[in-house]
Every structure is written in C-alpha cells, then in structure tokens.
Design a protein around this ligand. Structure first.
Ligand SMILES: Cc1cc2nc3c(=O)[nH]c(=O)nc-3n(C[C@H](O)[C@H](O)[C@H](O)COP(=O)(O)OP(=O)(O)OC[C@H]3O[C@@H](n4cnc5c(N)ncnc54)[C@H](O)[C@@H]3O)c2cc1C
Length: 389
C-alpha cells in the first residue's frame, strides 16, 4: 500500500511530494492534467511577504528563506530572484493607502520602506513612469519561474521514488469507518491511509462527498505575456488598488496581470504537446485594460508585442487565507487549498507543513488560522480588494 496519495501537482502538491519522499515515505502524485497546469502555471509567481495578512507572514518569511537555496536543493533552476517588490501609488488617495500598508506591516516586523517621492521610486526602478508618486518597497521580496519551479519539485520527488500519474483524474476519496482507505481515479484505485487534497479550485469536488465544503469564490485574472525585451525591471510591481501587477521574467518577457474579475464559469480543455490543459480565454477588453494600466506605470510594456494571454482562476476564501488542516474530515485526510491568489510564494513551506501533518507531528509554524473549522463561525466574503501577486 502507498503511504500517501497527493491529489494535485501544483506547487502545493509537488512540494509536499518532495518533502514526504525526503522523509522516506512512498508517495503517488496524481494530477488530472499535469504539473503546474492550473494556478501554479497561470500565476504571476511573485515571492512576496509584503501585503500579507499577519497570520501568513511567518509562513511567507520562512518560505523566502527556503527560496534562496531551493534551486540548489532541487538541483534545477527556479529562476528565483530577490529583486524586491514595489507597490505603487498613482494618486494622493493611493499614497495614503501605501502609507497605511507600510505602517501596519512594519509594526509586524517586516522590512518595508516607504518611498515618498517619484525620484525615490525611480532611483530603485528607473523603468517606472514619472506619474508614480510614491511606493512601498520590500527589498527581500522577489519572484521565480513557476513552471520551472514545479518541474524542479516534481523531478526531485521522482528521483526520490515518487510515482507520478499525470492525465489521471481522482474521482473520489474513499473512506471506511471515518478513515481514508484510498482514492478512486478514472483509471483505477490506489489504496492508501493518507490523502492530501491540494486540488486548488477543484478541491471541493472531492471534499463535498466527505461533508467538507470550503467556502470559495472563484474570480479570474487576465494575464498577458510579452515578447522578450531588454532587461529593464528587477522588481515585482503592484499598485495600491491591485488593478494590475507585473514583472519582467528571467527571459526578458513581461508577465502582467489584471485585478480580480468575475469569472463566467467557462473552462475549455486544449491539447498541448505536454498533454491536455485547461484554458479560459480572456476578453479583448480586459487585455486592452491591462496594457493601458500596466503600460501607464511601466512605459516599456505599453509598446511591447503581446505573445501570449490566458486567464488564471483563484481559489478565494472569505478571509483570503488558505485551509491547511488535518482535522477537517476523515482520519488520514489533509487539506491544502484556498490559497486565495498568493500561494505560490508559500509553496516550499506549504510542502513542509503538510509533511508535518501527514506525519502527525506538530506543525513547525502556527497554522491555527488556517483551520477549516473557522468557516463555521463566519462565511461572509471580505468586501475589500484582495491583493494577488
Ligand atoms: C493570475 C494569478 C496570479 C497569481 N500571482 C501570485 C503571486 O504573484 N504570488 C503568489 O504567491 N501567488 C500568486 N498566485 C496564486 C498562486 O499561483 C496559487 O495560490 C498557487 O499556485 C496554488 O497552488 P496549488 O498547488 O495549491 O493549486 P494549483 O496550482 O491550482 O494546483 C491544483 C492541481 O490539482 C489538479 N487537480 C484538480 N482536481 C483534480 C482531481 N480531481 N484529480 C487530480 N488532479 C486534480 C489540477 O489539475 C491542478 O494541477 C496567483 C494566481 C493567479 C491565478
């Protein structure tokens, strides 16, 4: 019998597979599409502590420490770069918002500087427009390449003996007498006593039959990727009201995102050389808006040729915090989902925390705020704009 079945090979599932294999467990990693086929491939892939909920900050800080040497550990490049994160103010109202964020986050122990003038901001990032009035700057934030990172976790896990089953869909988590006994997939059954559900927006499809229903909204984000340009921007850029964000990748391409938009519910499946992949098409209007908004703060992007576009879907919980929990349902089930648009940075520490839960030891960092049970007290969604990226 397999020790653990992990459902989902996004960054959360792939990192978990690697951590558990490192500890000598036998692991099967199943994904209905393949590695980084959903949020972990659609993402902006900012590795950011700034702008985090205070409950998530210890996780983000721990993750950033791991990111520094992760490529060496996995023996493959993650293209991690600690270039900093700038959150920009474009008008006086946004200046006040940024001041507030800096005051709050500095008091929780994060190094976050307030850059009060256009000149201060452009000294750090000369590619930014003269219209930027002020910014917050977190020098220890950064970014990585999402597909390379997930592929690196999977490859390292496979070297340690993890069996991967890609293009295989889990239909059911099987239980008996309140205990996990296996998973049933569209290709057969895998007996096991431990299952990790790291299935992103599809997590509830597997959890509902077990009496668990993580309250989720699923907004979408339009993402554009440009042709390669000369390297001009090191930082990940966000704005005070979160209506756009972006960065320049290691290969010179800009990867730029919109704010949260309503998802119409459509999801197509397309054939790619690596297998079937889910795809949601962005509207022409939202693409034009992204070019206008991000091009306004980074003029080089306004002129760039757009080579690729897609929509990313987000598993947003009412408090924008994830569920990381081994007590949500039957014995042997561990839930890791609802990362609410900022779970990429956390991936490496999520893998370690889930390994703690699977191994039934105390989690190495506080995870009380991420319990499923909290939704029984309140299920209403926050009104304020949620930062993703
Ligand atoms: C546009 C966008 C921008 C973002 N920007 C950032 C950012 O800058 N920084 C940051 O930290 N985070 C960001 N995020 C969020 C981050 O990408 C996600 O929180 C993170 O990737 C979630 O990873 P995951 O492994 O939990 O889920 P996913 O990557 O969604 O993986 C879930 C996997 O489960 C598989 N699956 C689902 N159902 C089944 C089933 N029944 N059987 C088998 N497999 C199944 C899917 O195929 C999928 O591969 C962004 C997200 C988006 C969409």
């Amino acid at each position: 019998m397999t020790d653990v079945v992990i459902i989902g090979s996004g960054i959360s599932g792939a990192a978990t597979a690697y951590e558990l294999a490192k500890e000598g467990l036998s692991v099967v990693l199943v994904d209905r599409f393949g590695p980084a086929a959903m949020a972990s491939g659609w993402t902006l892939a900012g590795v950011r502590q700034s702008g985090r909920h205070i409950a998530e900050l210890p996780l983000a800080k721990a993750a950033v420490e791991i990111w520094e040497t992760l490529g060496d550990e996995l023996d493959a490049s993650t293209h991690y770069r600690r270039g900093g994160n700038l959150r920009l103010a474009r008008n006086e109202e946004e200046v006040a918002i940024i001041r507030g964020i800096v005051a709050e986050q500095t008091s929780s122990g994060l190094q976050l500087d307030f850059l009060p003038t256009t000149r201060d901001v452009r000294e750090i990032a000369p590619a930014l427009s003269e219209d930027v009035l002020a910014a917050s700057f977190c020098p220890t934030d950064g970014s990585a390449d999402p597909s390379s990172t997930v592929a690196a976790f999977v490859a390292a896990a496979v070297r340690l003996g993890v069996e991967t089953r890609f293009g295989e869909r889990v239909l059911e988590v099987e239980t008996e007498d309140g205990k996990v006994t296996g998973v049933r997939t569209d290709k057969g059954s895998i007996p096991t006593r431990k299952v990790v559900v790291a299935a992103g927006i599809f997590g509830n499809e597997l959890l509902r039959p077990l009496g668990i229903d993580v309250p989720l909204q699923i907004p979408m984000v339009t993402v554009l990727r440009s042709a390669p340009l000369d390297a001009v921007l090191e930082q990940v850029i966000g704005v005070a009201n979160a209506d756009c964000a972006g960065r320049q990748e290691f290969n010179g391409r800009f990867r730029v995102t919109s704010g949260l938009q309503d998802w119409h519910g459509g999801l197509q499946e397309t054939q790619k050389p690596e297998g079937t992949r889910p795809r949601v098409l962005p509207t022409g209007r939202s693409m034009a808006q992204v070019v206008e908004l991000f091009g306004h703060v980074v003029p080089a992007f306004a002129q760039a040729q757009i080579e690729e576009s897609w929509v990313g879907l987000i598993d947003l919980t009412p408090d924008a915090l994830p569920v990381i929990d081994a007590d949500a349902g039957p014995e042997g089930l561990v839930v890791a989902m609802g990362f609410s648009g900022h779970g990429f940075c956390l991936g490496p520490i999520t893998g370690r925390l889930i390994a703690d839960l699977v191994q039934e030891r105390p989690a190495r960092l506080p995870i009380e705020p991420f319990r499923y049970q909290r939704f029984h007290n309140s299920r209403s969604f926050a009104e304020e704009a949620t930062l993703h990226g």
